[in-house]
Write a protein that binds this ligand. Structure first.
Ligand code: P6P
Length: 336
């Protein structure tokens, strides 16, 4: 009997990583296992969304003022459920919840971490079968272990994240997460129901040929951004072009492609969203952490995303993120 021991599962990988830190308690490994479990449960529903009455609106409006799709609600409940009943998380901040959720039970109060997440980003794409995703960030608490976590545990600059990652429910389902040691991708193997290491030590190419932006808002963008976008359309081979414009309208899908193949993603401020559309705490910061560990960059147009301390759970930010050389060129336009 051949045993394929070359492919590590997510659990095997996180335990292997933990062994490199003699003082590690295993809470982060357990937390990542819990997130993987919730992702597997969400994946089942996402993959059959067209078959059951889980498509369409849940009839409610979330704190963002957006129609809540039933899968949004299901996904939110799955992630809260595994984190609340696990041993590693003291509380959560979710795109679907008006405020932070302090678990405040004995085991949770003795946990080291808090988690912020968007349970199902890009949900407007659910009904048309476009890839969607979960985004998460993990912070070590700053409040006293043994007491309920507080808002200060969540309102930390992204540089303080212990780990960050995403799940993409696409042609295959992948969980990609970063710690300071590196970015690793795991593909769900349906035959064993495990996330298996498929993309070890992901590095974002320093340059790429994809630029991702919603051209429908073009005339709302600041002039320097429009100049950069026009430049993207003129790239010659000698300048690393020609570029292709790729915009799925699902942040996880766009950023996963750019992480693997290289590229730049922009969601600038617009007239009707002067602070940007995307959320700092549970969308921009986790991806900024992932891209920087992989060698990329992420700013709000003025400063590094990871240096920004959020003032609230749902704070928005403009976002420019991707390959280092492309970001450096963009910044020459933004500074001009
Ligand atoms: P627009 C999806 O609603 C989302 O939050 C991101 O996943 C995506 O990148 C962005 O909004 C798309 O926004 O305004 O271009 O449709």
């Amino acid at each position: 009997m051949t045993i394929n021991r070359n492919i590590l599962t997510l659990d095997e990988f996180t335990i292997q990583q933990m062994r490199m830190f003699p003082n590690a308690t295993g809470e982060l490994s357990t937390l990542l296992r819990d997130i993987g479990l919730a992702a597997k449960r969400v994946n089942v529903e996402v993959n059959k969304a067209g078959l059951v009455d889980i498509l369409g609106d849940a009839g409610s409006i979330n704190v963002q003022g957006e129609d809540v799709k039933k899968l949004d609600v299901f996904a939110n409940n799955q992630f809260i459920g595994v984190l609340k009943h696990g041993i590693s998380c003291a509380g959560i901040g979710s795109e679907e919840m008006d405020d932070f959720v302090i678990f405040d039970d004995e085991i949770s109060n003795n946990s080291k971490y808090v988690v912020v997440f968007d349970p199902l980003d890009g949900s407007s794409n659910i009904d048309v079968n476009v890839s969607i995703g979960t985004i998460f960030g993990v912070f070590r608490r700053v409040s006293k272990i043994g007491t309920p976590c507080t808002k200060d545990d969540f309102l930390q600059a992204g540089i303080n994240q212990v780990a960050a990652g995403y799940v993409i429910y696409g042609s295959s389902t992948m969980l990609v997460y970063a710690t300071r040691r590196g970015v690793n991708g795991f593909t769900l193997d349906p035959s064993i129901g495990e996330f298996s290491l498929s993309h070890p030590n992901i590095k974002c190419p320093e340059s790429g040929k994809y630029y991702s932006v919603n051209h429908g808002n073009f005339f709302q963008y600041p002039e320097n951004v429009r100049k950069y976008i026009n430049q993207c359309q003129r790239k010659t081979e000698s300048e690393g072009g020609p570029y292709s414009q790729r915009y799925i309208g699902s942040m996880v899908a766009d950023l996963h492609r750019n992480l693997i193949k290289g590229g730049i993603f922009m969601y600038p401020e617009t007239f009707d969203k002067p602070g940007g559309k995307l959320r700092l705490l549970y969308e921009a910061s986790p991806f900024a952490f992932i891209l920087e560990v992989a060698g990329g960059k992420a700013t709000n147009g003025l400063e590094r995303i990871l240096n920004i301390k959020p003032n609230g759970l749902h704070e928005r930010t403009p976002l420019f993120i991707g390959s280092k050389n492309m970001m450096d060129e963009l910044e020459t336009y933004l500074r001009s």
